[in-house]
Design a protein around this ligand. Structure first.
Ligand code: MOS
Length: 745
């Protein structure tokens, strides 16, 4: 396939601009800043799931070596942005983020109840073990299945006039009952936790009483800045947030969590910079998770394979104090051409901490169910699952009745099928054996909405013609700096080595956090526009120097030089243009946001995955042996880092499908899988060769670089494709993830 836009995997793709720093220890992560006078904090967390603290015995801890303070609701400072405490304390209303050390109430097991600050980490760990907390226990409810009857329409939806999470119906969903062929099934995904290599960590530094700097692992420095400024009633500019390097975050860093505020409070109280690093076990109760979700799907089709009805109902768990809503049932409205669709979304509040977005939030969950159900119906129809999807291909958005801004899902299917060798698939399960294992093929579609937020970027050309580009965006792993460097290099006609991209600091120009696969469309567009503006400034300056640049023609850039037109042989170097005008630097700021196209077109990223599995008939062991993943995300900015992102998504999908499950002991409301010995994620031996293909057709209605999001679409659909391959191999349909051996033997 001919690449139509920017990149060619073999030559022009950039290697990660910060790769060498990362692998050689030169990259400084949040917990690694050398701050004078630094002291260390460790959280003490609750051992009950519901009730209240009756006493905290801290004398022994306070007397332990090196201890500066033991902070709890008994002696915590007043956080100025929080409402006055009630005596006696009242349980939080739904919609209230957990306020750390605010009152004696306990909402979930693992809730922070105290914080020990000491000279060294070891001293803090030891002293934390000496803090004795007593509780008045109340009976808790953490078991989804036992409490399923309490699921309800989210309050958020009840109160809002126009929520995407409202019940939705088009056509006549009751027609499903008359469908010539139909299936109905229930699908369950367990709670799953983000497991970035770098745990959440923060160093909080107060200067005087009203200036705060935090080095904090997160996904949006500007958003953290805003939330901390609000909590401590400070002008925004008095709070600076630094997160130049992030060691992975899959949604866990989008919000400000209680531990962050705890560290900032502690630093203020002990008047020293405080460092807090969550233990791996604390990662299970401190920063959210993909919620346990039960879905029911009914699908109907005519005998020749046309979808006639889709009913998709989903219920996710949430905490007692907050509603976490996600797109669980939404893909069913838009992915296939189907006249009758009904979706319903419910929440079940339990005595747990609040869930949050985790890569492909809602969509990865919902598409596991929808794409499993599509496979089940294709089997009932005796149709090839890919043919079935092609037969129900949506040529326009059936939900919004709008044309797609661009959609090359058909090309994805065709390319993926060809590369994978889908035509060799046997329709009947248990048809193929190899090395004593059953072999199966499965596929699934993937879609993810397009998100573009207002963003700014500054481009500053130096006297030598090199350029620094800045934006308060983030890199949680995909290689933002590399992609932005490539955009700047392309627009300015500069060697990438002459460009430095700076991110991860709240003092930089305004940008959204890295979430919702929005960074390239949002910040990439701002970088594009800033560099275009810089180019135009250079052309205007060149016009002062030479008449040929005043002809009003479009100046052309190449190799750090400006040419009056395409055919122009002699260029003016950027350095000479600045020198001629006695400029030490030339600075422009670009600002970019979505135009009216958003209302005229429906915008999505699309993709599909093809998977081969081998299943041990006696052992129930599932091995993913081959994956072809194909995406239509508009322009591929930088093939090498894009490919890594797609591979990472598939690895996440393998974990979701086969391993990841946070198991709770409901007697205590406590996770028992809170380490890597029991919470399994894929290791290298679990990951087969993964082939990645892109359609690489710019979507110029989406943004000026024609590029849509890739981060989430990389995982959405993977679990469904694996489950479908397991069915093809074994004839067993596993509807409850993860697909562990016990479910297959
Ligand atoms: Mo993503 S779940 O928006 O980090």
């Amino acid at each position: 396939m001919k690449r139509q836009s920017w990149d060619n995997p073999s030559d022009t793709s950039l290697t990660r601009v910060d790769g060498a720093a990362k692998v050689s220890g030169g990259a400084t992560y949040s917990a690694e800043y050398a701050i004078p006078e630094l002291v260390h904090a460790v959280l003490v967390t609750s051992t009950i799931a519901k009730g209240s603290i009756t006493a905290i015995e801290a004398h022994e801890a306070e007397a332990a070596p090196g201890v500066l303070a033991v902070i709890s609701h008994l002696n915590v400072m007043t956080v100025p942005g929080w409402p006055a405490k009630k005596q006696p304390a009242e349980r939080a209303q739904v919609g209230t983020a957990l306020r750390v050390f605010y009152d004696p109430l306990i909402y979930f097991d693992g809730q922070p109840v105290a914080m020990v600050v000491a000279g060294t980490h070891e001293q803090a760990v030891h002293a934390a073990s000496l803090v004795c907390v007593t509780y008045r226990k109340e009976s808790h409810q953490t078991d989804f299945e036992k409490n399923a009857g309490k699921a309800a329409v989210p309050l958020n939806v009840q109160r809002s006039g126009n929520s995407p999470f409202k019940d939705y119906e088009r056509g006549d969903a009751a027609a499903l009952r008359q469908a010539e062929v139909k299936i109905e099934a229930e699908y369950i995904i367990p709670t799953q936790h983000h497991q970035p290599l770098e745990p959440h960590a923060i160093i909080a530094v107060w200067e005087a009483d009203d200036k705060l700097t935090v080095y904090d692992k997160n996904q949006g420095v500007k958003s953290v800045q805003g939330q901390l400024a609000q909590a401590f009633k400070l002008p925004r500019e008095n709070v600076q947030v630094v997160a130049r390097y992030v060691g992975g975050a899959f949604g866990s860093g989008i919000r400000v969590w209680p531990h962050t505020l705890a560290a900032v409070i502690a630093a203020k109280q002990v008047k020293r910079p405080v460092k807090l690093v969550l233990g791996r076990d604390q990662m299970f109760t401190s920063v959210g998770y993909r919620p346990y979700t039960v879905q029911k799907i009914g699908l109907g089709a005519s005998a020749d394979g046309r979808l006639t009805g889709i009913v998709h109902e989903g219920t996710g768990q949430t905490s007692m104090y907050e509603e976490h809503l996600e797109r669980t049932v939404l893909a069913s409205r838009a992915l296939y051409a189907c006249p009758s669709v009904l979706t319903r979304y419910r929440l079940l509040p339990l005595d747990v901490n609040t869930p949050t977005w985790m890569r492909g939030p809602g969509d990865a969950t919902g598409m596991f169910a929808l794409e499993s159900a599509m496979d089940e119906l294709a089997f009932a129809l005796k149709m090839d699952p890919l043919d079935f999807r092609l037969k129900n291909y949506a040529e326009s958005d059936p939900e919004r009745n709008l044309p797609w801004s661009a959609k090359s899902l058909r090309e994805c299917y065709e390319l993926g099928a060809e590369k994978f060798g889908w035509k060799n698939r046997m329709q009947a399960p248990r048809s193929v054996r190899q090395n004593g294992m059953l072999v199966g093929y499965g596929m699934a579609s993937s879609l993810y909405g397009f998100h573009r937020h207002p963003s700014k970027a500054r481009a500053v050309m130096q006297a030598d013609g090199s350029v620094v580009v800045q934006s308060a965006t983030m890199d949680i792993g995909p290689g933002t700096g590399t992609a932005m460097t490539r955009i700047a290099a392309k627009v300015l006609g500069l060697n990438a080595k002459k460009i430095r991209f700076e991110l991860g600091h709240s003092a930089l120009p305004d940008a959204p956090g890295q979430n919702g696969s929005s960074t390239i469309p949002s910040v990439g567009s701002a970088v594009h526009d800033a560099c275009e503006a810089l180019k135009n400034r250079l052309a205007a300056l060149a016009g002062d120097m030479e008449a040929r640049f005043r002809s009003g023609g479009q100046a052309v850039v190449r190799n750090g030089q400006l040419f009056a037109s395409e055919g122009d042989k002699d260029g003016l170097s950027y350095a000479d243009i600045l020198k001629h005008h006695h400029l030490n630097e030339l600075e422009v700021t670009g600002e970019s946001k979505q135009g009216a196209e958003r209302d005229q077109y429906s915008m999505y990223s699309f993709g599909c995955h093809f998977v081969e599995v081998q299943v041990g008939e006696l052992t129930g062991e599932v091995r993913v042996t081959r994956v072809v993943t194909c995406a239509d995300v508009g322009t591929i900015i930088n093939y090498k880092t894009a490919r890594s992102q797609s591979i990472g998504g598939v690895v996440g999908g393998i974990g979701m499908a086969l391993m990841e499950e946070s198991v709770m002991d409901h007697r205590f409301g406590r996770y028992v899988t809170s380490d890597f010995a029991s919470y399994h994620i894929p290791v290298h031996a679990d990951v087969p060769p993964i082939e990645v293909y892109y359609i690489d057709k710019p979507d110029m209605l989406a943004d000026p670089i024609g590029s849509k999001g890739l981060g989430e679409i990389a995982i959405v659909g993977v679990a469904g494709a694996i489950a479908n391959a397991v069915f093809n191999a074994t004839g067993k349909r596993i509807r409850h993830l993860p697909i562990t051996p016990d479910k297959l033997i």
